[in-house]
Design a protein around this ligand. Structure first.
Ligand SMILES: Cc1cc2nc3c(=O)[nH]c(=O)nc-3n(C[C@H](O)[C@H](O)[C@H](O)COP(=O)(O)OP(=O)(O)OC[C@H]3O[C@@H](n4cnc5c(N)ncnc54)[C@H](O)[C@@H]3O)c2cc1C
Length: 339
């Protein structure tokens, strides 16, 4: 019996594990592979990360592992290995059914798997995960890359150095037919074109195979989004199961002070989360980065501030600069706000 079961030792599972570890909770992280960060051992295929903002909360800054604007993926693997070291991780343990474990709370941090669309003939194509990363294999060839996202352009960038033709297309491929060593692709609005290689780079989708209503899903499109989502989930669990109040700080309950604070915070709040400001007499309590289901007082996201009274929306301001915010607070503080 364990209190918290975290499935997956990627950035999300490790971040959650770190919070549970620090809070002294009974937890285990289970990971299918022999080490942490298995996604980044395989991807990106060409081993260059898309961003240098890869630090997790409560660890050393990722900048100690790489100073590059586009760091190497292996630097991130080393970072995740060090981050995982003090945590309770059980490797080589693939979860196929959640009832394998006796856990009070489950957090699914199983990441995403390559997604292949149902285009007729797609099974003949190579994929982002399987295609060779050796540019000489594409020398003089006509290559079709299906996909218009990050992995498609990463692949195109490498292939284009040697290929004769590199086409990238989005959703307009209707069919692929393999004839001998050649592929004939039917493309909406263009007709039929012949290629020597077809590579499907159509992104990643979350694996939902373990989803059950009582499990918490922790996922995101970047480490930045994940670390904030993990902190919000951990704070929610601490409040619900251990009576730990959501952390808050006090701000002077004056339009100028509130406007100054909100103008700064609005630039920092990640998508899907909101700061909540609850005026109380001479000061206001600021609860940072709550799930946006919160409907109490002033709810600040990166795009707007909403004033709620008993769940009813009474005012919105989208200009998140000091002067308009000061005017907004001056008007709204005249309206009683619930606490
Ligand atoms: C090409 C590419 C490049 C990217 N570059 C960056 C970047 O530079 N910076 C960035 O912030 N983000 C980047 N991302 C996004 C990146 O995928 C996420 O930030 C990050 O990997 C998500 O972390 P995660 O922990 O949710 O999932 P993952 O990193 O995928 O971790 C999930 C873990 O769960 C394990 N697992 C899965 N199923 C089971 C199971 N049933 N039982 C046990 N264990 C299981 C897996 O083995 C894996 O270790 C990139 C994405 C792509 C596609």
């Amino acid at each position: 019996m364990v209190e918290y079961l975290v499935v997956g030792a990627g950035p999300a599972g490790l971040q959650m594990g770190r919070f549970l570890h620090q809070a002294g909770r009974d937890y285990v992280i289970v990971e299918a592979e022999p080490g942490p960060g298995s996604f980044f051992r395989r991807f990106p295929r060409h081993r260059v990360l898309a961003t240098d903002d890869n630090s997790l909360f409560d660890g050393v800054p990722f900048a100690r592992y790489s100073k590059r604007a586009f760091p190497g993926a292996d630097d991130l693997v080393r970072y995740l290995e060090d981050f995982a070291r003090p945590l309770n991780v059980r490797y080589n343990t693939r979860v196929t059914r959640l009832d394998q474990f006796d856990a009070r709370h489950v957090i699914l941090a199983t990441g995403k798997k390559p997604y292949v669309p149902g285009i007729p003939g797609v099974e003949h194509a190579e994929t982002y995960a399987s295609a060779s990363t050796d540019p000489t294999e594409y020398a003089g060839k006509r290559v079709l890359i299906i996909g218009r996202g990050h992995s498609a352009f990463e692949t195109a960038d490498h292939i284009a150095t040697t290929a004769r033709i590199t086409h990238t297309v989005g959703r307009s491929v209707q069919r692929i037919v393999k004839r001998g060593n050649e592929f004939v692709a039917t493309i909406d609005g263009t007709g039929q074109l012949r290629y020597d290689k077809v590579v499907v780079c159509t992104g990643f989708r979350r694996d939902t195979s373990l989803d059950v209503p009582h499990a918490h899903v922790l996922a995101g499109d970047s480490i930045k989004a994940i670390r904030h989502a993990a902190r919000a989930l951990h704070r929610t669990l601490e409040a619900e199961h251990h009576g730990v109040p959501w952390p808050h700080r006090k701000v002077r309950n004056r339009p100028d002070s509130l406007a100054a604070t909100v103008a700064v915070r609005a630039r920092e709040i990640p998508d899907g989360l909101a700061d909540v400001v609850v005026p109380q007499g001479g000061h206001a309590l600021l609860y940072d980065e709550m799930p946006t289901t919160e409907r109490n007082g002033f709810v600040v996201t990166s795009t707007q501030i909403c004033h709620y009274r008993k769940n009813e929306l009474i005012a919105v301001e989208r200009r998140l600069h000091r002067k308009p915010l000061e005017r907004f607070f001056s008007q709204q503080l005249a309206v009683p706000c619930i606490s």
